[in-house]
Ligand binder design. Structure first.
Ligand SMILES: Nc1ncnc2c1ncn2[C@@H]1O[C@H](COP(=O)(O)OP(=O)(O)OP(=O)(O)O)[C@@H](O)[C@H]1O
Ligand SMILES: [Mg+2]
Length: 265
């Protein structure tokens, strides 16, 4: 891939005796939106966490911007080479439970990374934060603390926080699954805008409509493996595997299904 941002080769993750990721070959190119779908426990979160190294792979390789970035099991030599703080400025993550600092205002949550890690001045970091809060429709809430915000608003702050680092890619782990249904749309709308604007995004989601409308490519996982992947239209119109049809809610011919059906979770 010409402008590859992230890729894995033969990526495996074991927790004790259990193999949670097995031989995962994943990649995403600049400007792509890739949705990862799959039943509960299929390893989606673990894959995202391996991609930004919140979880250390057991074996395999991780490529960043086309260059080998890490290879596991790590030897003594390359353990020190990986600068996690710097890496995570490039590979941002948005979590299911927002993970905002409760004692900081929305503006402070967004400006913290640019100040501490990118070493922007207080004024420059605040200016960047305010402009991003504006972009996610929260300019009136810059001084609000997370507990006074709705779940949807908190998740929008978390998206602004991810954007504040000007990352190469944002990894979203089920960003709407902790939200009441009436707030899901406001977060998905922001993500759809980002996709249109060319942000590189990996989105783990059960929101099939979002995947169908916004993803360039869909990856389906089951039992720690990628069982099928392809361009979104092909995946939703004529996937190769019957199991993919089930996971994408197509098995009953129902294109109205909004989420991965419970029976396959
Ligand atoms: N820290 C851990 N220690 C042990 N097992 C773990 C750990 N994290 C995840 N697992 C196991 O790995 C498997 C995959 O979990 P993971 O959270 O990646 O799945 P998922 O596809 O994100 O599921 P969901 O849709 O429910 O979020 C599960 O069986 C889970 O119990
Ligand atoms: Mg998960």
């Amino acid at each position: 891939m010409a402008d590859q941002v992230l890729a894995t080769k033969a990526l495996c993750k074991d927790f004790g005796q259990s193999s949670v990721l097995a031989d995962v070959e994943f990649s995403i190119g600049k400007g792509e939106t890739v949705c990862i779908l799959g039943p509960s426990g299929s390893g989606k979160t673990t894959l995202l966490r391996c991609l930004n190294l919140l979880v250390e792979p057991t074996s395999g390789q991780l490529y960043f911007r086309g260059t080998l970035f890490g290879e596991w099991p790590l030897g003594r030599g390359n353990r020190n080479r990986i600068n996690l703080t710097k890496y995570r400025t490039h590979v941002a993550m948005v979590f299911q439970q927002f993970e905002l600092f409760p004692h900081l205002t929305a503006c402070e949550n967004v400006s913290l990374g640019p100040r501490r890690v990118l070493h922007l001045s207080k004024e420059a970091a605040k200016e960047r934060a305010l402009s991003l809060l504006d972009r996610v429709g929260l300019n009136a809430f810059a001084e609000a603390r997370p507990r006074t915000l709705s779940g949807g608003q908190q998740q929008r702050v978390a998206i602004a926080r991810a954007l504040a680092m000007k990352p190469d890619v944002i990894l979203f782990d089920e960003p709407t699954s902790a939200l009441d249904w009436e707030m899901v749309g406001e977060v998905l709308d922001i993500m759809a805008d980002l996709a249109v604007q060319g942000m590189t995004m990996v989105v783990v989601t059960h929101e099939l409509e979002f995947a169908r409308n916004c993803a360039d490519r869909v990856v389906v996982m089951e039992k720690g493996r990628i069982i099928e992947e392809g361009p979104t239209a092909k995946m939703f119109e004529s996937p190769n595997l019957p199991r993919t049809r089930e996971i994408l809610g197509l098995a009953d011919g129902g294109s109205r299904v909004r989420r991965v059906p419970k029976s396959s979770q």
